[in-house]
Design a protein around this ligand. Structure first.
Ligand code: ADP
Length: 669
């Protein structure tokens, strides 16, 4: 019996030993039993030397040779000799993470360690157990890194949104304040016209900012497109200048625009992108030039030897804070801003220059920067664009403009205007002195060859431009010339100028396109006054408008009503389908369809209408009206059975033209 029991016990002990050994190896546990008096080790697991890289004998002679190689990296105090000795029987000291470097391989492992005071039969001892937690620590570290990356991305997004919201606020401020000014000056139509014009410009700025954000991802993934369409450089510069002049004025900066030898005005290129580039560079010049500084914007063009292409140069020079040499190396990287005292408090995203450079490169152009800290910066952009010859036809004759007189002390300016009008059928005269001008005007009137339009510069020899204008006005000439002032800043002198008989102003540099637009504007104003009761374009038409946003719906209804149309609103796509289904097939002329709507979106609603078993369900024109203005959105609208697409915010001229051309198509089929 004893034998049996004894052999059973042996077996038990054998399994226990095997099991212990297995657990120790599998879990890379290092264990030792030592005396606290002299730290000599009485038991040590076989794997200690291999894992720690310290000779077994050395550990056996003093357990601290093992511990010494470990570095505690958790926050608890490491168990010192003293603290080990102080552990009373049954007590335990613990280290959460020990970083241990293998003395032979140099590999780093991590252990959770405990030291326990145990009462053995042959006296009390200390038990040390290190359990390998390397994988766990690595996993945790990876997680921490991932969290840090996510956090950084989140912070970048938050910063980005904060910066963007500031940039959005600038034009929003202009809109809000001009709106207030309109309310205050509602009895002054000239001022109201001025302010609405400025609100329009701020709106354009706001829109382009919005597009910036959307475009950034497209540019980064190399998917942005460049348009090749005819555009007038003069009109583009007018848009840019009105935004920048307004900002510069707000900061009391001297903003000067110069141009040299501008003969070509119409080019093929991407007007919106060039505008974006110039507004970015000029906007930065305003931003990084302290109050009272100066900005010079110079545009020049040179014909290439091929004759068809032109090299355009845009230079923007400021005397602002400048940039360090090191920063200039990385100014075109996305999200880079120069952090220094002079830039603190100036909001920005660090995206503008990256977008600008990408756009310039996509157009095959170049951009360079020269800058000196504290002195200022100069950006130079060069673009090669194809010029387009424009046949003026009978534009000027049809508008009754045969003879123009330019009165300005600045001969250069006179020459520039003459050059710009060179290819037209208009006769151009100029003089620098006020009295000579008066004689020319009188002689012209006597000859029955009077001037139809007179440009007055701000600097005229021997007389002020206002006095001269008043003289001309009082002469009651036939034909009565339109007086226009050549100036960059109209607002402050507008009243005096109008009292003197000056009709409007034109900004420098002079471009034919800007001049033509002003003339169209002037003739429109005249015809609006003449035809106050002119027929309304959409008179008698009835529309079903699906729009979930109340404000948008009100604006749309108001604008359509002004054009003589009746609008019935559906607050979502489903309602639109039902309203059309329940109405007489000819009740509505057309459907205006917003895209992002609850219950049924615009695409789904259009598809549902087309599927209805009802007269006109397949033919009634449906126009998508949406803020999604990319080419693929237009395609999606067409794929859903819609006939046309109008981008939001809506431009009533575009809406009107779209409706009228759809109506024409319907009538001709
Ligand atoms: P931000 O939104 O910060 O203006 P940008 O990409 O447009 O971003 O410009 C990047 C950085 O280049 C700016 O933060 C500024 O440090 C520097 N910078 C750009 N233009 C000028 C300038 N005209 N004068 C001085 N520093 C400039």
């Amino acid at each position: 019996m004893i034998e049996k029991v004894s052999s059973g016990q042996d077996k038990q002990n054998k399994y226990k030993d095997w099991f212990c050994d297995y657990v120790v190896r599998q879990n890379r546990i290092v264990a030792a039993i030592f005396s606290a008096k002299d730290f000599r080790v009485e038991y040590l697991t076989d794997n200690a030397e291999e894992i720690i890289g310290v000779p077994r004998d050395s550990i056996l002679s003093d357990v601290r040779n093992l511990i010494k190689k470990g570095v505690r990296i958790d926050e608890t105090v490491p168990p010192s000799d003293e603290s080990v000795r102080k552990l009373s029987i049954g007590q335990m000291a613990q280290a959460e993470i020990l970083e241990v470097q293998n003395q032979i391989t140099g590999d780093i492992s991590y252990f959770r360690g405990i030291i326990s005071h145990v009462d053995f039969e042959d006296g009390d001892k200390f038990l040390l157990i290190w359990t390998d937690i390397t994988e766990e620590v690595k996993r945790n570290r990876q997680m921490e890194e991932m969290i840090a990356v996510a956090q950084a991305a989140n912070n970048a997004k938050t910063d980005f949104l904060a910066n963007m919201s500031h940039d959005f606020r600038t034009p929003m401020n202009a809109i809000t304040n001009f709106n207030l000014l309109i309310a205050k000056n509602s009895d002054n139509p000239q001022k109201v016209r001025d302010y609405t014009h400025k609100i329009g410009l701020a709106c354009q700025n706001l829109l382009s900012l919005l597009n910036d954000v959307l475009d950034m991802s497209k540019i980064e993934s190399g998917k942005a497109d460049i348009n090749h369409e005819e555009f007038a450089l003069g009109l583009l510069l007018e848009e840019v200048n009105s935004v920048i002049a307004f900002q510069a004025k707000g900061k009391q900066l001297d903003y000067q625009v110069h141009s040299g030898g501008m003969q070509q005005d119409i080019f093929i290129g991407d007007k919106k992108r060039i505008n974006e580039i110039l507004v970015n560079i000029l906007g930065n010049a305003v931003k990084y030039t302290p109050k009272g500084g100066k900005i010079d914007f110079t545009i020049s063009e040179e014909k290439c030897s091929s004759g068809e292409y032109w090299d355009l140069s845009f230079s923007v020079k400021d005397n602002g804070i400048g940039m360090s040499k090191e920063f200039q190396e990385k100014i075109f990287d996305a999200f880079t801003r120069e952090e220094k005292e002079a830039t603190s408090g100036i909001q920005g995203t660090g995206l503008g220059m990256a977008i600008t450079k990408s756009l310039v490169q996509m157009m095959g152009g170049t951009i360079s920067v020269e800058s000196e800290e504290g002195k200022g910066s100069k950006f130079l952009i060069k673009l090669r664009l194809q010029g387009v010859h424009q046949d003026e036809g009978n534009y000027w004759k049809n508008h009754g403009i045969h003879r123009i007189l330019i009165i300005d002390d600045d001969m250069d300016e006179c020459n520039k205007i003459e050059t710009a009008l060179h290819d037209t059928d208009v006769e151009v005269f100029f003089c620098t002195s006020g009295y000579r001008a008066l004689r020319l005007i009188e002689a012209g009137a006597d000859d029955n060859r009077g001037f139809d339009l007179i440009f007055l510069g701000m600097q005229i020899r021997s007389i002020s431009c206002f006095e001269l204008a008043a003289f001309i006005r009082d002469k009651n000439l036939k034909p009565k010339p339109i007086l226009l002032l050549l100036t960059d800043d109209w607002e402050e002198i507008a009243q005096e100028a109008r009292e003197a008989g000056i009709y409007d102003f034109i900004q420098k540099p002079f471009f034919l396109s800007t001049f033509k637009q002003l003339m169209d504007d002037i003739f429109n104003r005249v015809s609006t006054v003449k035809e106050d009761n002119k027929g309304k374009a959409l008179e008698g038409m009835r529309f079903l408008a699906a729009e979930d946003n109340d404000i948008n719906a009100d604006i749309l209804t108001e604008l359509m009503n002004m054009d003589g149309a009746i609008v019935e609103r559906a607050a979502n796509g489903k309602e639109a389908v039902e309203m059309f289904e329940q109405a007489d097939p000819y009740h509505y002329d057309m459907i205006l369809m917003d895209i992002q709507m609850p219950i049924l979106n615009g695409y789904q609603a259009a598809l549902a209408i087309r599927k209805l078993n009802k007269e006109r369900a397949k033919e009634i024109p449906i126009i998508a009206m949406t803020a999604n203005a990319y080419a693929d959105d237009v395609q999606r609208a067409i794929d859903s059975g819609m006939n046309a697409h109008v981008a939001k915010p809506i431009d009533m001229n575009v809406v009107e033209n779209t409706i009228l051309s759809l109506r024409e198509n319907m009538q001709s089929t």
